[in-house]
Design a protein around this ligand. Structure first.
Ligand code: PMP
Length: 356
């Protein structure tokens, strides 16, 4: 029986994506060839790439608004350096919001390129909240933030108004909630949460912000080169892109972001209500900043750990252990995790309460 998969990423994808992508490995589009053995320049694959790129813009409501979608490689971590390479002006500076490990990794890379101003940080509180009162210098080349902090279980519920381009790492909550995506000038996300398997990275960029840094950019790191080559500057990650397309089609067929947002809200409310009601558990993130994707929580009394761990494992739950920097538990409830899986976890939490 399929496990209730709470893995933080790579993570659960829709069952039909597993099935259709397995089929394509054996016989892609009835061509009697595997998707793994055809040219990325073949008609069949070019149409996969084209559809995936346009579906991204359609789902985000960005069609015809001057944006391009790219499927790159190197993970979100590669974007930590591609962003300053392409956007930070020579002798200019960039502004960063420090909300966790990944934001911090992005800051480290930006520092290699120039002045990197941290406008606010929640580091002192082990990143258990999202800083809100800060100002963004108007002479910054861009402002960078992380919409969802996968490790610490916090999520930005609103975004600052600013005149400088806004760059957002949406690796762990892209396609999970409705936002006015046109407020962002560059969005990036490793595929391996809500979009597909690991191996490709989505970049959505407003073309008008490019070509202004004054830097000489190596071709493979240059967004403009990737746009010109229609995301085929070099051999793309064909299989991850195909599986991402299947996931995007699944999302569209199920009502798009607005519909999945309702399911995600229901899942998050179900679990957080139990964390708050059940005296054995305590949430780690500031309530108003709680992530709807990754819920982080602890047992009030660690002596129950062995019993609880045994119970959830026996209930068919997998991947619930917290990240070492927070401890306890982390329930990652990405788009493809069914509400019923959350109910199973909540039932186990109630059962523990009855037992003790
Ligand atoms: N940003 C966030 C918010 C993440 O959750 C992760 C990975 N979990 C990364 C960046 C790094 O992504 P990658 O492994 O694709 O480089």
């Amino acid at each position: 029986m399929k496990k209730h998969n709470y893995s933080a990423g790579p993570c659960i994808l829709p069952q039909e994506v597993f099935e259709k992508s397995a089929e394509a490995i054996l016989n892609f589009n009835n061509s009697n060839l595997s998707i793994l053995e055809i040219s990325h320049r073949s008609k069949d694959f070019v149409s996969v790439m084209d559809e995936a790129r346009s579906l991204v813009l359609e789902l985000l409501g960005l069609e015809g608004k001057g944006y391009q979608a790219l499927f790159l490689q190197g993970g979100a971590s590669m974007e930590f350096l591609m962003v300053p390479y392409n956007l930070m002006k020579v002798d200019g500076k960039a502004a960063y919001l420090d909300t966790g490990t990944w934001a911090n990794n992005a800051i480290k890379e930006a520092k290699l390129f120039g002045e990197t101003q941290i406008v606010a940080s929640s580091k002192e509180a082990n990143y258990n909240f999202i800083p809100k009162d800060y100002s963004i210098p108007s002479d910054a080349s861009y402002f960078h933030c992380t919409s969802n902090n996968t490790i610490f279980g916090t999520q930005m519920k609103s975004f600052p108004e600013t005149t400088v381009p806004v760059v957002c790492d949406m690796s762990s909550d892209i396609f999970s909630r409705t936002l006015d995506f046109s407020k962002f000038d560059l969005i990036y996300a490793g595929a391996q949460k809500n979009m597909g398997p690991a191996g490709t990275t989505l970049v959505v960029v407003k073309e008008e912000i490019l070509g202004k840094s004054g830097r000489t950019i190596p071709s493979i790191l240059d967004y403009e080169k990737h746009i010109k080559a229609e995301s085929m500057y070099n051999t793309p990650a064909v299989f991850p892109v195909y599986a991402s397309l299947l996931t995007l089609q699944w999302l569209k067929n199920n009502g798009g972001i607005a519909a999945i947002e309702k399911v995600n809200e229901a899942k998050a409310n179900l679990l957080y209500n139990e964390i708050d009601r059940n005296p054995l558990f305590v949430g780690t993130a500031n309530k108003e900043d709680r992530s709807f994707m990754n819920a982080t929580f602890l047992l009030e009394n660690e002596t129950h750990q062995e019993t609880f761990d045994k119970m959830w494992k026996e209930a068919g739950i997998s991947g619930l252990n917290g990240h070492r920097s927070v401890g306890g538990y982390r329930a990652s409830m990405y788009n493809a995790l069914p509400l019923q899986s959350v109910q199973v976890l909540v039932d186990v939490m109630k059962e523990l309460e009855n037992k003790i």
